[in-house]
Write a protein that binds this ligand. Structure first.
Ligand code: SF4
Length: 246
């Protein structure tokens, strides 16, 4: 049994992750284990991308006690919100919205128009990173749809780990899945998904920072294109926040 609290947590989780790797434990089994171990203290961070839609389906079937939340930046595509609604309708789930302290208009008033174009790290910090901290406060475990082959920054994603930045367990049940695995799951189970994926958007975030990618382009090339930024900051290790927000 994994005990809560560092440093015992760290060693126990590394051992657990190694065992799951060795035994080829599947994503459903991992989600079921999380539900058994953490119950309602575990939450799925859902961005309504393809991976998260698959996880909502999995949770609804094998671990309905696990809650679901999303970060409503005020800048999500209409299609993303419509995907949320379709998942709600299909599975009876109620994803909880966590929002930034400032509305988009208030942010423009305080920091100038289109902060995302000038200081995307600061914008992500206010509209995503701080709301994530609020969502995870006091919880024991969060689940993400991170996959190793999504980006070089995600290559070493473990199946389960201690999240020192937020001080809780972080579980990435799809870490070993390929994009094809995700789409096979979605097709086989007829899972609702964001139709923008069919229009050249493999990775979908806020509308000002997301564009379609061309065939053969890196799937995440459409996020913060031309800025050098590759991650919103939700998955950075403790102490690795960009300089602009330290
Ligand atoms: S993705 Fe863009 S618009 Fe959304 S919070 Fe980050 S910088 Fe701001």
């Amino acid at each position: 049994m994994v005990e809560v609290g560092e440093p015992g947590q760290l060693a126990a989780l590394e051992e657990l992750a190694a065992g799951w790797e060795r035994e080829g434990t599947g994503a459903e089994e991992i989600v079921g284990w999380i539900s058994e171990r953490f119950g309602t203290e575990a939450l799925l961070a859902c961005s309504f991308g393809a991976e998260d839609c698959a996880l909502v389906d999995m949770i609804a079937r094998v671990a309905p006690r696990i809650g679901i939340f999303y970060l409503d930046t005020g800048l999500l595509f209409e299609e993303t919100l419509a995907t949320r609604d379709r998942l709600q309708e299909r599975y009876g789930v109620r994803p909880v919205a966590f929002r930034p302290r400032l509305t988009v208009a208030e942010q423009a008033e305080a920091h100038g128009e289109a902060l995302w174009a000038r200081e995307p790290d600061q914008c992500c910090h206010m509209r995503k990173v701080l709301p994530l901290e609020a969502a995870l406060a006091g919880r024991l475990c969060w689940i993400t749809g991170l996959r190793r082959d999504q980006a070089p920054t995600r290559r070493n994603t473990p199946l389960i780990q201690w999240d020192a930045a937020h001080r809780l367990v972080k579980c990435n049940p799809l870490a070993r899945w390929t994009a094809e695995d995700v789409w096979t799951y979605i097709r086989n189970r007829n899972v609702p998904y964001n139709p923008m994926h069919d229009r050249g958007f493999p990775s979908i975030g806020c509308w000002p920072c997301t564009r379609a990618v061309a065939a053969g382009e890196d799937p995440r090339a459409g996020r913060w294109a031309g800025t050098g930024k590759t991650e919103c900051g939700l998955h950075l290790p403790a102490g690795a926040q960009p300089e602009a927000v330290r």
